[in-house]
Design a binder for this molecule. Structure first.
Ligand code: SF4
Ligand code: SF4
Length: 425
């Protein structure tokens, strides 16, 4: 049995900052779960008396309760926004009862907490624009907030799973029967991070080289039923790192075609699926309200639906047709997105920050193996770029700007949360 410890391990970029700018993004789309003690506090208040728009609105919805899972309570949404989110993008609970009265998931955002063998990992959700633009307080100054959340999790072990998620596997699978000790994994992750920060290379080349390094590690220990220890990994990486990871860059194919048709089809499938899940009328997302007032949205989704699942995927692959993107709130012309897709933009710094925080936040371990995790990292990069291009097209811009890239990353983070990848949610 591997004991989990309570040491804080910051798993973000060293210079990372965060400070809420009230953009409201994290209060839209998500299903906000309310724990029993929080619900009791919130139910006893006359919310309609504070905000007339809440008159007659059922604020809390119960969901689930099938199979093993107990039912949970969620805050209702109105038009895709949390019912408590006011027109000025401020939280009504925060204004009336103070920050401490908000559900824990709200107070925790954009922190992503996870349990590892070396302690509690403190990562970050890159959907927050303040994180992506690196504005606000230094991350280390958020320690008090993290500790308060952890104390709460201790006091309420049932709710703790929601805050901390399942413990992160202590000996990750590299590929097949080869596992890594935690130390060896950290060495490999460190080298992936180094490659993603190498000067003089495009981000695409860096990401492909990072994947090539992980694959080379898998090839090195292929077929060995073994746990690779830290020293072994470190010795091997020293060799690979010589000459600025020249072998990884040569093997990454970074200069060649960066997106095969098969990969593009895979990406397209995921975009269409995420859009379908994100546009659902709430049977699965707990926002029954949407169904009542979201007629307009549904009409537009129907158009995509008539276009059909397969057509939507092929449309993205070939760059033909139109697709309703719920996440960006508009119908895009796929040929225009295709023309803009993959072009380097002023937002490359944002994308680099996203990928580095993604890797440090142990997202490579969300896949069944580190090799697949590295593949997934590439897919995330492609999808962020695709959505960034779509955002520029919707905004009528001739090139992809930094704001478009932030929206691209948000789309990807939202897709991950819908699939259950976002650990804090
Ligand atoms: S996404 Fe970030 S900046 Fe926007 S409301 Fe949430 S915490 Fe604040
Ligand atoms: S409860 Fe407040 S902080 Fe939480 S999602 Fe709703 S508006 Fe945002």
């Amino acid at each position: 049995v591997v004991r989990m410890q309570r040491r804080l391990v910051y798993s973000v970029l060293g210079d990372q900052r965060q400070g809420c700018e009230q953009c409201g993004w994290c209060c839209c789309w998500w299903s906000i779960e309310v724990r029993p003690a929080e619900l009791e506090r919130l139910r006893g208040y006359d919310w309609a008396g504070e905000s007339a728009r809440l008159r007659g609105v059922e604020l809390f919805l119960e969901q689930g309760g099938q199979g093993r899972k107990q039912s949970s309570t969620y805050i209702a949404q109105i038009g895709g926004r949390c019912a408590f989110l006011e027109g000025d993008n401020r939280c009504l609970i925060h204004r009336v009862l103070g920050e401490e009265a908000k559900p824990a998931v709200c107070r925790g955002f954009p922190l992503v907490l996870g349990q590892t063998v070396e302690g509690v990992m403190v990562g970050v959700n890159c959907g927050c624009p303040a994180v992506m633009r690196n504005r606000g307080e230094r991350f280390s100054q958020l320690e008090g907030q993290v500790l308060r959340l952890l104390n709460e999790a201790d006091a309420d072990p049932e709710g703790a799973s929601g805050l901390l998620g399942e413990p992160i596997v202590a000996r990750p699978v590299l590929k097949g029967s080869t596992r890594l000790s935690w130390g060896a994994y950290l060495e490999l992750e460190g080298s992936v991070g180094e490659i993603l920060s190498m000067p003089g290379q495009t981000l695409t080349a860096q990401a492909m080289a990072a994947r090539a390094l992980v694959r080379a590690a898998a090839a090195r220990w292929e077929g060995q039923v073994a746990v690779v220890e830290r020293d072994e990994m470190r010795g091997w990486l020293e060799g690979e790192g010589r000459g600025g990871y020249a072998a990884a860059f040569a093997g990454g194919g970074g200069k060649g075609r960066w997106l095969s048709r098969a990969r593009k089809r895979g990406m397209a499938r995921r975009i269409v699926r995420a859009e379908a899940a994100g546009s659902g009328d709430g049977e699965t997302r707990g926002n029954r309200m949407d169904r009542m007032d979201g007629g307009d949205r549904e009409d537009r989704w129907d158009q995509t639906d008539r276009m059909g699942w397969a057509d939507g995927v092929e449309g993205i692959v070939r760059g033909e047709g139109r697709l309703w993107l719920s996440v960006l709130g508009g119908m895009v012309d796929l040929a225009a997105v295709e023309a803009m897709f993959g072009v380097e933009s002023p937002g490359e710094g944002v994308l680099t920050r996203f990928l580095l925080n993604y890797v440090r936040g142990k997202s490579l371990l969300e896949a069944p193996s580190v090799v697949r995790g590295a593949e997934e990292m590439l897919s995330q990069l492609y999808m962020a770029r695709w959505y960034a291009a779509a955002s520029a097209v919707l905004g009528g811009r001739r090139c992809v700007g930094e704001g478009d890239v932030v929206r691209g990353v948000q789309a990807v983070e939202r897709g991950r949360a819908i699939r259950g990848g976002g650990r804090s949610w």
